[in-house]
Write a protein that binds this ligand. Structure first.
Ligand code: PMP
Length: 405
């Protein structure tokens, strides 16, 4: 696109705040299903869903229809929690129906990191304790509370002081669980660790964590911002691990492409926000009616189009097809997958080659740079998976044979 004499690319680089010196710089004009389209007919197969968001594909017609219907009624009316608006009320009800009965109170936010912030405040208020425990290599967000419980010193160092009284344990290490004590307000964990490179809990780990929290009266917060809303093949990932959280976090895929998040807890816990002080957690836009309408449509698409049923089969097809001597391992839970190579030096040119020569968009992980991220829309077809894997393997073969020569 051209504005006055500048291209969008020039305006992006000059005036949009940059957070690295090497942005992807892919220009996209429209998107549909699993594809994104750039200028001059460029087409990209989206294998990361921007990231973990477009679970029902880009611009799902039912999501668009719900947005359109809400646009015809009203946009923002009032700050959180005062007026009765049908979209958030209906969405809270529908979310409750996907959950254990205990989790019956939903607080809507605009993003994942805000869901984390709300949940940490809630846990501190409810327990009257201050210590927060999270895992090494966990990613929980970029605002200061969420950053405090993120498990990467590299990301935090320059922003200290952050929240005090935060400690980190090793995911999947049962021996670390005794660090959770009667001082602990909450333990926050991703049910499946995302940015650590898709690390799935070993059998027994999450139940042992659940039990330890119970014993010492700490709340268990499950961050399903990346792994929820069908990504792993069940609506919520925790359903596969035989546990229930005290507070559940969701965002990303929840909005079908619109910004929304939530923290969900029993009413009895959530009630602490009503007093001392009154209005214990506030937001202007959280639970925006258009985002809620889009989210409810997304939830219904996942249920009515039976998307969960196909997830494991699709993941198995990726695993079957992605075989190459340079691929060391394929980890995953449903369609949240990581393909491991020897090093970033091998992986990065593969990602670049796949994008530039094959039109396939992938990525690596914040805390795992030798693994390729695979998180396609759950709507991806068998043919599209075959197309994706053939393209990826061509890129792998090209790069590894070039590096070898
Ligand atoms: N938690 C997890 C597990 C995430 O993957 C992310 C985003 N990558 C967040 C929290 C933060 O969400 P947001 O970017 O919407 O603030």
């Amino acid at each position: 696109m051209q504005t006055a004499s500048f291209t969008s690319r020039q305006l992006f680089l000059r005036h949009q705040a940059q957070t690295s010196d090497f942005p992807l710089l892919l220009e996209i004009e429209r998107a549909e299903g699993v594809y994104m389209y750039g200028p001059e007919g460029a087409r990209y197969l989206d294998l990361i869903s921007g990231i973990g968001v477009s679970n029902v594909g880009h611009r799902h017609p039912k999501v668009l229809a719900a947005i359109q219907q809400q646009l015809d009624k009203y946009l923002h009316l009032m700050v959180y929690g005062e007026l009765v608006q049908a979209p958030p009320a209906a969405l809270a009800h529908a979310l409750h129906h996907t959950l254990p009965t205990r989790l019956n109170s939903v607080y809507f936010t605009n993003s994942g990191t805000e869901a984390v912030e709300g949940a940490l405040k809630l846990a501190k208020r409810y327990t009257g304790r201050t210590e927060l425990i999270s895992c090494h290599r966990a990613y929980h967000g970029s605002t200061q509370g969420a950053l405090s419980v993120t498990g990467s010193e590299e990301f935090k160092r320059s922003y200290r002081p952050l929240l005090p009284d935060v400690r980190h344990i090793e995911f999947n290490h049962q021996a670390d669980l005794d660090q959770i004590t009667s001082r602990t307000a909450a333990v926050i964990v991703e049910t499946v660790q995302g940015e650590a490179g898709v690390r799935v809990a070993l059998p027994g780990y999450l139940p042992a964590l659940r039990q330890r929290c119970q014993e010492v009266g700490a709340l268990l917060i499950l961050d399903e911002i990346q792994c929820g809303f069908g990504r792993t093949g069940t609506f919520w990932a925790f359903e596969q691990f035989g546990i229930e959280p005290d507070i559940l976090l969701t965002a990303k895929g929840m909005g079908g492409g619109m910004p929304i998040g939530a923290f969900i807890a029993p009413q009895e816990i959530m009630a602490v926000f009503k007093t001392n002080p009154i209005l214990g957690h506030l937001t202007t836009f959280g639970g925006h009616p258009v985002s809620c309408a889009a989210s409810l449509a997304t939830l219904r698409v996942i249920q009515e189009e039976n998307l969960l049923a196909g997830v494991h089969e699709k993941a198995a097809l990726f695993r079957r097809l992605l075989r190459h001597p340079a691929i060391r391992e394929v980890r995953g839970c449903g369609l949240l997958m990581a393909v491991e190579f020897e090093s970033f030096a091998v992986l990065k040119p593969i990602i670049d080659r796949a994008l530039e020569h094959e039109g396939v968009l992938t990525d690596w992980f914040l805390f795992c740079d030798n693994s390729l991220r695979l998180a396609p829309p759950l709507t991806i077809s068998k043919e599209e998976i075959e197309e994706a894997c053939a393209a990826l393997l061509r890129a792998v073969e090209h790069v590894t044979s070039t590096l070898a020569s």
